[in-house]
Every structure is written in structure tokens, then in C-alpha cells.
Design a binder for this molecule. Structure first.
Ligand SMILES: Cc1cc2nc3c(=O)[nH]c(=O)nc-3n(C[C@H](O)[C@H](O)[C@H](O)COP(=O)(O)OP(=O)(O)OC[C@H]3O[C@@H](n4cnc5c(N)ncnc54)[C@H](O)[C@@H]3O)c2cc1C
Length: 395
């Protein structure tokens, strides 16, 4: 293998380059990224960076020296537009073509928006540095009412940061309880209380029924949203935290199966043995016959080790084993999750108490602890996470 092209210059892309070098690949590495930046960290975009407590320079995932050491060609501000399955050639938006012996798909995803709102001022998503800068500018220039749509991790963090700015925040959630699909109803309710105890108005069981706006010579500007229960919420700023779409459009015609991500085997290898997928874009088969795609930091950082091993071996010699670690910071508390919280038989508070906002909860299945959730209790969490790492089987 002489040339490997990594498409996507973010967390999973960077870790893929690092793994290629660590695992002894001494050929040419070309990294293609459609953002103009070198790899940066996204978690602060909804937290400290949005709040103004961190600067752009705090976001870079590696410094200039690390870059030089990796000895890769970084083509930034350039989009991959096509992958030829027969030759491995990657065609770029600047007209260039890269003949590749191996390809790593690390294109993550783009934030979802409500259809028809693309050009509407005052309506934001948060996925990139530019998104966070634009949102912060509006939050700090006279906005009073903010509506955040979606009470998942990112929506909840944005609501918390808006609250930090002293704004009146309404958080709209389609489910009856925030995060109940991930954490279950009981623990989801703890997170619901976190919002309401801070004065954030939580509207569960509601979807966006419509968006109101005014038009002037600068175009359309949002003025609020209608909920499906008929309530109208006025808003100076609306933030959509309604998830992301895996960035697979450039792979149309590649022959790869694109189904809410790039389908790959348990070792992150696609239908083409010389093409692997990693990070938010990768949907891999599990040992139980299902498929799963993760959207969190630790997965994007850990998955490349397995994917690159298999790419360099030319076959799947190792299966990916996720640690399932996720964290979130909201209202001054740190939340940590590891393992599988899925559908446990039992959920038990093993330390502290939810009412004190300092606790650890064990999720059990068949008598075994399969997942752990902690709020402001990193020490015990870390101990239980280590125990889990030795026990949780591959999904
Ligand atoms: C606001 C925010 C807060 C978050 N907070 C947390 C947190 O607290 N905890 C946690 O565990 N996770 C968090 N995450 C999730 C975590 O950041 C992601 O899981 C991680 O960034 C995924 O990395 P990735 O490299 O797979 O994808 P991405 O980071 O999405 O990177 C993909 C890159 O590929 C580029 N690209 C796409 N298509 C093309 C193309 N055709 N050609 C070239 N380049 C292309 C994209 O522009 C992007 O630069 C957060 C995410 C966001 C957005």
C-alpha cells in the first residue's frame, strides 16, 4: 500500500493518520478536509467556547509540530466529491484526483436543520467553529428569548450556556422525558429537573409545528416557533439541536451501502477491503447481527486503531470494541456515561443521590453491571468504568 487518502480532517481523520504512522505505514498520506481548519475539538462549541471561556486556539487537536511529525499532506478547504470503487481514486472539488491504495472515510456529519430554514437569520445549528461564533454573537447582542429545539446532549448543553448568558430559554423536546431513550425515564427525569431548576422552561412531548419570521431587505429573520400543541413561542434566536446527517453524499455511486452512515463490518471495513469508515459516519455490524453508529468523541478517537489495523492487513483481523464513554457538561455539573445503558433489567443508585446532583447509577442486565452513569462523581465512575471495560462484551 503506497498511498492512503483520509477523507475528513477532524477527530476521527486525525486519529486515523496517527494510527497509520503508529502502526508502521511509511507511505504517502493525503488528508482531505472541506473545512478550512486543521482538526479541532467540537465539544467546547456548545460549552466553554460558546460561552466565551475558550478561544479558537484552545480548540486545535494538535499543534504544528505534531502535524509535521505525521508527515501527511493536508488538503484543507477542499471537498471529496467522488470515490471510484474500481481504482480507489478520490476526486476533489478543486478538480484534483488522488490515486489511493487505501481510503479512510472520516466525514462525520452535518447538523440537521428544519427544511426551508437554510437562509433564515436568527436560526442556528452548532457543528462548526463558525456556527458557534455566529450563535455567540447573537446571544451577546441583545437577544432576550431563546428557543432550543431538541433536549439531547448538545441541545441541553446549548440551553445551559444560553442560561449562563442570563437569557430566557425554552427547551423543546419531542419525547415525554429528555434523554429517556439513552438513560431511561427515571434518569431522564433527573436531567429534566436540571433544566427546570435553573429556570429553563422545558416543553416535552412537543415538536415544531411551524416557524414565524419577518422579511426585510436583508431577507427572512426568525421571530418564533409554533409547537404542535398550538403554543406559540416568541424567539429572538432559535437553535436546532435535532441531530446530524452522516456526510455520505460524496459516496453516491461508489457502490458502498449508505444507510444512515457507511455500512461496514465489525472491524470497520466496508464492502471494499481497501476502504474503511470511522467516527460519526461509520455504521458497523455488531456480533448480534444488528448495526450501530455512534456520535461521540471517544468512539471517533478509539475506532481508528481497529480500522487502520484491518486496512493495513487487507482483511478484518480485529473487531471494534467500543468503550461507550460519553461525557457532558451542563449547569456546572459533569455527566459521564460508560457501557450500555440500553434496556436494563434494573437501574440502581450505588452512591450519592440524584437530589444532591452527585451520584453514580449502575445499569444491570442478567445480574451484571452493563452500564454506569455518574453526575459529579468522577472517582467512582472511573473505577466502575475500568471494571466494565473488562466485562462488557462486543455489541
Ligand atoms: C457542539 C458539539 C458538542 C459535542 N459535545 C460532545 C461531548 O461533550 N461529548 C462527546 O462524547 N461528544 C461530543 N460531541 C460529538 C463529537 O464531537 C463527535 O462525535 C466527533 O466530532 C466526531 O468526529 P468525526 O471526525 O467522526 O466527525 P466530524 O467531527 O463531524 O468531522 C468530519 C469532518 O469531515 C468533513 N467532511 C465532511 N464531508 C466531507 C467531504 N466530502 N470532503 C472532505 N471533508 C468532508 C467535515 O466538514 C468535518 O470537518 C459534540 C459534537 C458537537 C457538534
Amino acid at each position: 500500500m503506497r498511498t492512503v487518502t483520509v477523507v475528513g480532517a477532524s477527530l476521527a481523520g486525525l486519529h486515523s493518520v496517527q494510527q497509520l504512522r503508529q502502526q508502521g505505514f511509511d507511505g504517502r498520506i493525503v488528508v482531505v478536509g472541506d473545512e478550512p481548519h486543521r482538526p479541532y475539538d467540537r465539544p467546547p462549541l456548545s460549552k466553554g467556547f460558546l460561552a466565551g471561556r475558550a478561544a479558537v486556539d484552545d480548540l486545535w487537536l494538535c499543534d504544528e509540530d505534531d502535524h509535521d511529525e505525521l508527515d501527511a499532506e493536508w488538503l484543507l478547504g477542499v471537498r471529496a466529491e467522488q470515490l471510484d470503487p474500481a481504482t480507489g481514486r478520490v476526486r476533489l472539488s478543486n478538480g484534483a484526483e488522488i490515486d489511493s491504495d487505501g481510503v479512510v472515510i472520516a466525514t462525520g456529519g452535518k447538523a440537521s436543520r428544519l427544511p426551508g430554514t437554510e437562509d433564515m437569520r436568527g436560526l442556528h445549528t452548532v457543528r462548526t467553529i463558525e456556527d458557534a461564533i455566529a450563535l455567540r454573537a447573537e446571544l451577546t447582542s441583545g437577544a432576550g428569548e431563546v428557543v432550543v429545539v431538541g433536549a439531547g446532549w448538545i441541545g441541553a448543553e446549548i440551553a445551559s450556556t444560553c442560561h449562563e448568558f442570563g437569557l430566557h430559554v425554552t427547551l423543546v423536546e419531542a419525547g415525554d422525558v429528555p434523554l429517556s431513550r439513552t438513560l431511561g425515564d427515571a434518569m431522564g427525569s433527573v436531567f429534566a429537573a436540571l433544566h427546570t431548576d435553573h429556570g429553563v422552561s422545558l416543553r416535552c412531548g412537543n415538536r415544531v409545528g411551524g416557524i414565524t419570521h419577518v422579511s426585510d431587505r436583508n431577507g427572512r429573520r426568525v421571530t418564533g416557533i409554533w409547537l404542535t400543541d398550538g403554543t406559540q413561542l416568541p424567539a429572538d434566536v432559535v437553535v436546532m439541536g435535532i441531530g446530524m446527517r452522516p456526510a455520505t453524499d460524496w459516496l453516491a455511486g461508489s457502490g458502498l451501502t449508505l444507510d444512515n452512515g457507511v455500512l461496514c463490518d465489525p472491524g470497520c471495513v466496508t464492502e471494499l477491503p481497501s476502504v474503511v469508515a470511522v467516527g460519526d459516519v461509520a455504521r458497523y455490524r455488531t456480533a448480534t447481527g444488528g448495526t450501530v453508529r455512534h456520535e461521540h468523541w471517544t468512539n471517533a478517537a478509539e475506532q481508528p486503531a481497529t480500522a487502520i489495523r484491518n486496512l493495513l492487513a487487507g482483511a478484518t483481523v480485529e473487531h471494534y470494541r467500543p468503550s461507550g464513554y460519553v461525557w457532558s457538561d451542563q449547569y456546572g455539573v459533569r455527566l459521564q456515561v460508560a457501557g450500555e445503558l440500553g434496556q436494563p433489567d434494573e437501574v440502581e443508585v450505588v452512591d450519592g443521590s440524584p437530589s444532591d446532583r452527585r451520584f453514580v447509577v449502575a445499569y444491570r442486565s442478567g445480574g451484571d453491571t452493563v452500564g454506569v452513569l455518574a453526575m459529579n462523581n468522577p472517582k467512582l465512575f472511573t473505577r466502575m468504568r475500568k471494571q466494565l471495560a473488562n466485562r462488557v462484551p462486543s455489541p
